[in-house]
Design a protein around this ligand. Sequence first.
Ligand code: GLA
Length: 726
Amino acid sequence: MFHEEENNVFVLENGKVAYALYLNEAGNLENVWFGKALSDYRGILSARNVEGGYECMYYDVAAGKERKYAEGFNAQCSPLEISSHGYADKRGAPVIVRRKNGSFATDFRCVRHRAYAGIPPLAGMPHARGEGEACETAEFLFKEQSSEVYLTYRLTLYADKNIFVKSFSVENRGEEPVSLLRAMSLQQDFVSRDYKLVHFHGRWMQERAYAENDVYDGVQEISSNYGRSSAEENPFVYLKSADATADSGTAIGFNLIYSGNFKFRLFSDKFCGMHVTYGINDEDFAWTLRRGEVFQTPQAVMAYSYEGTDAMSRTFHRFIRENLIGYKNNNAYKPVLFNSWEGCSFDFDTASVCEYIDAACKIGTELFVLDDGWFGARNDDTAGLGDWVVNRGKVDLHKVIAHCREKGLKFGIWFEPEMVNYDSDLFRAHPSYALGYRKDGKPYLWRHQLHLDFSDAEAVQAVYRQMKAFLAEYPVDYIKWDCNRIVMEHDANCAERQGEMYHRLMLGYYSLLGRLTEEYPHILFEGCAGGGGRFDLGTLYYCPQIWASDESDPAERMEIQFNTSLGYPLSCIASHVNDSAVASYATKAALALFGTYGYEMNPNELTEGEREELSAIARLYREYHSEVIEQGELYHLLSPNEGNRMCMQCVSQDKRASLVLLMNRKKELQQFRFLKLKGLDKRRVYKNSYDRQVYSGEYYMEVGLNLFFEVLPEFSSRLIVLTEET
Ligand code: GLA
């Protein structure tokens, strides 16, 4: 895949897409092609030629003098892999180093390169996986011109999917410590700016709302400074060419294998096209590197599609399933889950939980999860966080688990490991474990809780010990890992290394989650952060599913689920049916089916008819989830971002079965009668669960699904199963 052409041109390609680099005479690595694979790269160097307009100079260290760049290069606008800082290039460097003398001029020049099979794992951080022939990595070593700081740039391309992974690691080989003022993961330059920028913003209960904007002059920034990837902005961002549709045109998706503060920055002017830098947010960031120390950035991932936005989404889905999620049983069926939270909140005892379990069994539940409230002095949200011991006076967990087993159910439990309440034994014994706590200070409370200082290994260990002791006594099959507070401490315990705090908190999160998932490989971990406040690739590496939002009402949920699935597989999107009144149980369940299916309500209040509706969908889930929703291909047929209805279709890999979900937000007459399906085998014939007729794949894709001009009421749905008729 990697080959070196003449004239210092390197090409990384997989037969479909390619990345061509040119190492110029000054040691700058120029990006000369990023797009469809070409059959021949001989002429590619002429693609780099730009009108200089003035003389571009560089300092030749070996010769000890200034030299003029050869024709074709312009230090202000030529596409590069690493821009400098403090020189002519003003687009924005991905990495800035401040030396002891105070200077932060940073200029990296390439000194060596090599290529190898696979992608190296990152120690202590989530990362892309790929061994042997799965992918190939080109590695370039750079030296900073005025110091002994070295930078390794890795660019990986997968053989069977159009996924590129980029990262930098920075090493200080000098005597004096240096400070990294910025350490991003990627720079990506484009010669054109005829694109639209799509990102997913929101808030609690409204995560991942779709926003599409033209690229304009100046800076566009998508970022989080909440101490986590956040509900406010998601790290999944994409660019699509102005002419792109779901099935045609260029779409380039970006994501970061990280759960903390991030910044996607796009700078554009008429001169340079687009200049993207992406990685850890440099706001409040400063990292000291002493002699011999290395800073590794998270990996940034790009999916490249020249077949529209939906192919980009499916590329991300396959990458996440095959090369990111580490859960060993990920290909095994995931049970129908019942979660206690929305039904009874903190208010339960052994008898009422057992009653819930009995009622939950009647709607196809296979895994019962006891949410918040089972530990410490936790009867509301003012106390108990940090004390992961069962509140035996309130609930007998042995009995609850035995009851689940009797009923043939698995059992799961809720934790919020990174948090502590003032009113807890942990805080009373170790106040210094709380982030921002000083004897004279008053850290902000948020939901009455404080963040533990997970940059402190001792604090992490204190939680680990408790969780281990719990797991030794109680056999659980599932853990919901919550995190209900953002980080606000700008005056934390480690004041002299403030700029490192946000990233160190992430390393602490990964170290605890990494240890537990490794020691309990059979436990299914589900990520959560006050709803969907940490829905990201870093968390997915450990937790194969994430609670998408505390909002299960289809009015909002249909957008949340549709938009999340533009960047993440449906099988990662934990979705529950609740008792919101806006739509029927059939509709709410059909929507939850397009995710990992579960329930969250008081099951004792369900009518016989509602139980039947829910059980019917649970049966569909059991039959089709693995093959069609999880392993299948997803097509976004109608976007709720563009109108009042939404349609998603999943097709199994063998194209023998497909599920189609059509949902209406508003009552209106169908504006179209036929809905064209995708991804089927045109020669096969399929039976339609709706009109019970049999048509060919060709018919469904060319003529379409006949909707008979029916009027769908507000928040109603139509769920259609197509199965091959043999
Ligand atoms: C968060 C989660 C909920 C629930 C509560 C419990 O809000 O998103 O699902 O677990 O915490 O306190």
